[in-house]
Design a protein around this ligand. Structure first.
Ligand SMILES: *Cc1c(COP(=O)(O)O)cnc(C)c1O
Length: 459
């Protein structure tokens, strides 16, 4: 018998072992992510430029490429204790089912009412808004996970919360909408006639079912035109990756406790926040030359920002009111084919992850949705958890890697992020079960139409 500790099915941390700091991976990047640009002047956005839109402390975090550790304020640590640590699970049942010599672990972030990792940043953003003495915040939500998380966080701190929800989701996901209203948020289907940009879009495209980029434009307009309000965003931004590093720091603490070193780390990538958070401390070690890991970002084949996008400055929203970010992008006018992973339909990607991918520190794969649901179902049947379609992208690639190990006999240690649960996605599961799910992959011509909208700027 080996003297090694037996790895339990679930690895938990004691309350005293929970992270006290977030880790800012930018501090260890040689090539820093490119700054946000003012679309009018093409100059880097300063704190003063951003102040009408975002909370002060969050702006500081957004622009800070140097501070390695940020203390997590006590109030946020206290809130985290309600649903953290999230379990790190050894997928013994999945390994058995796959007959693989690989060791598979997943970090499960779906154990809170909002059902995803988004609460980790929502609570931080609500906290800083409250501390600044604001009345409320505005935001957009697509599939609804971010809006739900933010509603929970705002009700905790007594902040007003206005959510612009992409119209098609507002109509198709009434239950998510009602969860938000239960937590006291007001939810408006976007585009709406409550904003100038919404009215303009409705006039140009009557009958449109909306898009994330359009909802962002509306939420920003409301924030800047109402005193005491600011806009908050659930992904893509540097500050969000900073907050989400709590996922990675917890994971690393738990793995270190048992002497486990992952070989491959996998996460789904929409705007990049869960993946950026999960890999953060591991990527730090790689950037400092202390350890090597293989990182894999997984995206839908229908919205392939990393695998087929361009690395360029682009608009973050359809209305072009937000700063421009340098990122892998399909163009702000790109409309992905209907895909059931709503949280992965954004046209761009976090600037941090884009830079790391560009510099060769990370790989990316695009997967088709029927293959994703096949993996989701296989996972649910052996591990019990009903995964969100977004999360199932990571499951797909984790299973593919484990099956490769079965061929080669390699005993790799695979870690993936299981970002949430799929209870509100049963229409998608129904389509899959009834054989009605399709795998639309954009043609090069489709992508060219999106690329044509990327601003041509020489820097
Ligand atoms: C929003 C969401 C994602 C994708 O967002 P990232 O910012 O890329 O992490 C993934 N999974 C779930 C469950 C989500 O709600």
């Amino acid at each position: 018998m080996s003297a090694k500790k037996v790895i339990p099915y679930k690895i938990y941390l004691e309350e005293s072992e929970l992270p006290k700091t977030w880790y800012n991976v930018r501090a260890d990047m040689k090539n820093k992510p490119a700054p946000l640009l003012n679309p009018g002047t093409l100059q880097p956005m300063t704190a003063a430029d951003l102040a009408p839109v975002f909370c002060e402390e969050l702006i500081k975090q957004e622009l800070d490429n140097d501070t390695r550790e940020y203390p997590i304020p006590q109030e946020i640590q206290d809130f985290y204790k309600m649903y953290r640590p999230s379990p790190l699970v050894r997928a013994y049942c999945l390994e058995e089912k796959l007959q693989t010599p690989a060791k598979i672990y997943y970090k499960f972030e779906g154990n809170n009412t909002s059902g995803s990792h988004k609460l980790n940043s929502a609570i931080a953003q609500a906290y800083y808004a409250k501390k600044q003495g604001l009345k409320g915040v505005t935001t957009e939500t697509g599939a609804g996970q971010w809006g739900t998380a933010l509603s929970m966080a705002c009700s905790y701190f007594g902040l007003d919360c206005r959510v612009y929800m992409v119209k098609v989701s507002y109509e198709q996901k009434p239950f998510r909408r009602e969860v938000m209203r239960t937590y006291g948020a007001s939810v408006v289907p976007s585009p709406s006639d409550t904003t100038a940009v919404g009215r303009k879009i409705l006039e140009q495209f009557p009958g449109t079912t909306g898009s994330l980029g359009c909802a962002i434009s509306e939420a920003v307009e409301v924030a800047v035109s109402n005193p005491g309000y600011r806009y908050v965003l659930g992904s893509v931004l540097n500050q969000v990756l900073l907050h989400q590093s709590v996922i990675g720091v917890e994971t690393k603490t738990a793995m270190d406790k048992y002497g486990i070193k992952p070989d491959v780390i996998i996460g789904c990538a929409g705007g990049g926040s869960n993946l950026g958070g999960l890999i953060a401390p591991f990527m730090g070690e790689k950037l400092r030359g202390e350890q090597d890991y293989q990182f894999i970002a997984v995206e839908p084949a229908s919205c392939p920002s990393l695998t087929r996008g361009k690395f360029a400055y682009d608009f973050c929203d359809t209305g072009m009111v937000c700063p421009m970010a340098k990122m892998y992008t399909l163009g702000s006018g790109f409309i992905p084919a209907p895909n059931h992973a709503g949280g992965l339909r954004y046209h761009g990607m976090s600037s941090i992850l884009s830079q790391l991918y560009h510099d060769g520190y990370m790989e990316a794969r695009a997967v088709e949705q029927t293959k994703v649901f096949e993996a989701a179902e296989q996972f649910a049947r052996v591990e019990g958890i009903l995964p969100a379609p977004e999360s199932s992208h990571a499951i797909r690639v984790a299973i593919d890697e484990a099956l490769k190990c079965r061929e080669t006999g390699e005993e790799k240690t695979i870690l993936f992020g299981l970002t949430g649960t799929g209870y509100f996605d049963m229409v998608a599961y129904e389509k899959y079960h009834d054989g009605l799910m399709t795998d639309y992959i954009p043609t090069d011509a489709d992508l060219e139409r999106g690329f044509a909208g990327i601003p041509k700027i020489d820097l």
